[in-house]
Write a protein that binds this ligand. Structure first.
Ligand code: NAP
Length: 251
């Protein structure tokens, strides 16, 4: 049984998830590189190992309950616990249609990954997280899921008026808050991360932050001290006086 902390990051084969695995690995954690494709996960884990990181690939698809059950059983057999869960896997749905033009089937797909998938993964991993001394759960959300931010006429996001992706992240914010309440009297902390707008495949590399910066938010929440927050949306505050400073955002 290893003394090293074990972290699972979903969607870690590229983008912000890969960077999160790299940064947690550089801090000495054993990182389980979650990927829905075994091949892409193995490639990413190999790249990380070449940097001296203790990385293991783990096949896990947020929309496939059987793969989630298998992943949890494998972690249990290998380590018997999980110290950090970063639910990073997410999709945009590829559309920012107006509410009146929303394709509900596509919206459902976005919710399958961004909301239902995260609840399924979290519930499957909770027994392992409870076995760790003070586990951390990071739900990778977005400022786009903040109703307060999107309804603020002075915010840079006032012009955003789509449903699927923003509503999925707003739902994830509530999911985060409710897990934090359920686990309030335990050492487990549950927070939602706002990586900010990062240049990744997700947005055709149009973001003005880097994946490395986005990952720093998840890493900070994954390594919170005992007196750190729980039940917060936390990260970059775009539109604030200093949007490079990390902190709490309005729900
Ligand atoms: P990305 O480059 O598109 O990477 C997404 C990752 O999620 C990929 O590894 C992808 O795997 C994986 N994934 C997608 N669906 C999955 C599923 N069903 N099961 C398992 N893995 C799945 O995106 P990113 O920019 O790094 O975004 C990561 C997270 O940050 C997402 O939750 C996103 O909503 C959030 N976020 C991003 C930004 C931004 O500006 N980039 C801003 C705010 C929040 P494949 O390689 O197999 O497709």
């Amino acid at each position: 049984m290893t003394n090293k902390q074990i972290a699972l990051i979903t969607g870690a084969n590229r983008g912000i998830g890969y960077e999160t695995a790299r940064q947690l690995g550089a801090r000495g954690l054993t990182v389980l590189v979650g990927a829905r494709s075994a091949e892409r996960g193995a490639e990413a884990a190999e790249k990380l190992r070449a940097e001296g990181i203790d990385a293991r690939a783990l096949e896990i698809d947020a929309t496939d309950a059987a793969s989630i059950t298998r992943a949890a059983a494998w972690i249990d057999a290998e380590f018997g616990r999980l110290d950090v869960l970063v639910n990073n896997a997410g999709i945009s749905g590829g559309t920012f249609d107006k509410p009146s033009e929303t394709d509900v089937d596509r919206m459902r797909e976005v919710f399958e990954t961004n909301v239902f998938g995260i609840v399924t993964v979290t519930n499957a991993m909770l027994p392992l997280l409870r076995n760790a001394p003070a586990a951390r759960i990071v739900q990778v959300s977005s400022e786009v899921g903040s109703i307060g931010f999107l309804m603020d006429q002075t915010s840079p996001m006032w012009s955003a008026a789509a449903i699927s992706y923003p509503a999925s992240k707003a739902a994830l914010n509530m999911v985060t808050a409710m897990y934090a309440k359920e686990l309030w009297d335990t050492p487990i902390k549950v927070n939602a991360a706002n990586p900010g707008y990062c240049a990744t495949d997700f947005n055709g590399n149009s973001g003005f932050r880097t994946a490395t910066q986005g990952a720093e938010v998840s890493v900070a929440l994954a390594t919170l001290a005992e007196d750190g927050p729980t039940g917060q949306l936390w990260g970059y505050r775009w539109g604030s006086e200093d949007d490079t400073v990390l902190g709490q955002l309005p729900w």
